[in-house]
Design a protein around this ligand. Sequence first.
Ligand SMILES: *[C@@H]1O[C@H](CO)[C@@H](O)[C@H](O)[C@H]1NC(C)=O
Ligand SMILES: *[C@@H]1O[C@H](CO)[C@@H](O)[C@H](O)[C@H]1NC(C)=O
Ligand SMILES: *[C@@H]1O[C@H](CO)[C@@H](O)[C@H](O)[C@H]1NC(C)=O
Ligand SMILES: *[C@@H]1O[C@H](CO)[C@@H](O)[C@H](O)[C@H]1NC(C)=O
Ligand SMILES: *[C@@H]1O[C@H](CO)[C@@H](O)[C@H](O)[C@H]1NC(C)=O
Ligand SMILES: *[C@@H]1O[C@H](CO)[C@@H](O)[C@H](O)[C@H]1NC(C)=O
Length: 380
Amino acid sequence: MLPLVLDIVLATLSFPSVDALDNGLERTPAMGWNPYNAFLCDTNEAQYHAAAQALAQSGLPKLGYKYFNIDCGWQGTNRTADGVFTWNTTRIPSGIPALASYVHDLGLDFGVYSDAGYFSCDFVGGTAGWLGSLNHEQSDADTFASWGADYLKYDNCYAVSPTDFVDMNPPISLEPHFTAMRDALNSTGRPIVFSVCEWGVQDPARWASEVGNSWRVSNDIGPPPSWDNLVRIINQVVPITQFASPGAFNDLDLLEVGNQGLTTAEQETHFAFWAAAKSPLFISTDLTTATKETLSILSNPGIIALNQDVLGKSIGFKRRYTNDSDIWAGPLADNSTAVVIINWQNVSRPVTFYLSDVGFSAADATNVRTQEFLGTLRDS
Ligand SMILES: *[C@@H]1O[C@H](CO)[C@@H](O)[C@H](O)[C@H]1NC(C)=O
Ligand SMILES: *[C@@H]1O[C@H](CO)[C@@H](O)[C@H](O)[C@H]1NC(C)=O
Ligand SMILES: *[C@@H]1O[C@H](CO)[C@@H](O)[C@H](O)[C@H]1NC(C)=O
Ligand SMILES: *[C@@H]1O[C@H](CO)[C@@H](O)[C@H](O)[C@H]1NC(C)=O
Ligand SMILES: *[C@@H]1O[C@H](CO)[C@@H](O)[C@H](O)[C@H]1NC(C)=O
Ligand SMILES: *[C@@H]1O[C@H](CO)[C@@H](O)[C@H](O)[C@H]1NC(C)=O
């Protein structure tokens, strides 16, 4: 090991005081449904109708899950002669405006998807040639607004060139791609939540709060779902939790709750952490076949309330007990403190939590998951 002496006496730690995007939207993290973790880019109109019906009838919208978003796969490969964005008429025979109406008629908001590059992402190695919005930002924003979009997820494939599919170390600054679409959306006059999805490349937490309502902090959570992916994303958010605020949130990616590959305890940990870190909560499982257990995890009122707390501050990393447990905590609007304890061992067991790890010696405690009042805790 290299011994180091660091003189931190004169160092000033300053956090840039960036303002959140001034579009008045997403004051608490957005909640809804997105097809990607369940269907990838392989989607069609009938599937969307069934999914929107299932969401509307699930009871989830009244808990806050109001956005019904589409992801990759519906786009055309050629614009109209006037340069207007198109859809694949085989997959979406009635068209995207009709789909937006269908979703709105169910009482849901409609989210569309595009890409900040020459083409959009696909699941066939970047050969689909689906339209991207680079250099067409205003035209596409106007089109999405005219279709009735309430939300735009804006991806990052082919950002550098028409032949560079996914570039995790691009030689260009990505920020201008996203500010161009931010400004284009603003010019439409329609309130449209702007979701920046450039996979955490170039540390968006430090610039995207003025650009989007949320920014992805990491590469994709899957597929397939795995505990390793959850651990990767939890670790990735450690240095950036302080950047979450109303209108501007760290996006830890779509939920895997309900998908094969995670135990129930792992799914509960995933959901509670995403909620407390103030990530947007997008269900991404097939709701037409969702089990009671899946719906029960996604419906937990205490966890949802944590996510939707109006203060909009994330939990932050307080202490890691090696190979044992993590303590995370953050403030809530009523001046109480949310604490998340992660059990890193793959067994059900008692874990001792020391109040001193979050700056208390005594506190009244409530179990958020069960809403059970635990009494006044002293020391641990
Ligand atoms: C349509 O787009 C594809 C893929 O980008 C391209 O190869 C093709 O030449 C375009 N067709 C027309 C008629 O522009
Ligand atoms: C349109 O969708 C159909 C049906 O999934 C597919 O076979 C076709 O390749 C798609 N066309 C384009 C241009 O992506
Ligand atoms: C556009 O931006 C201005 C502030 O720069 C804001 O007041 C307004 O609400 C925005 N409009 C939309 C539709 O986002
Ligand atoms: C929270 O604490 C602040 C400062 O101590 C106080 O001004 C405010 O009224 C408190 N809010 C609530 C909801 O108790
Ligand atoms: C970490 O904990 C697991 C039990 O969950 C154990 O199998 C493993 O050996 C531990 N690793 C270390 C480095 O202590
Ligand atoms: C934890 O144990 C269960 C079996 O009880 C297993 O299915 C799961 O994959 C394990 N998770 C990890 C992260 O090893």
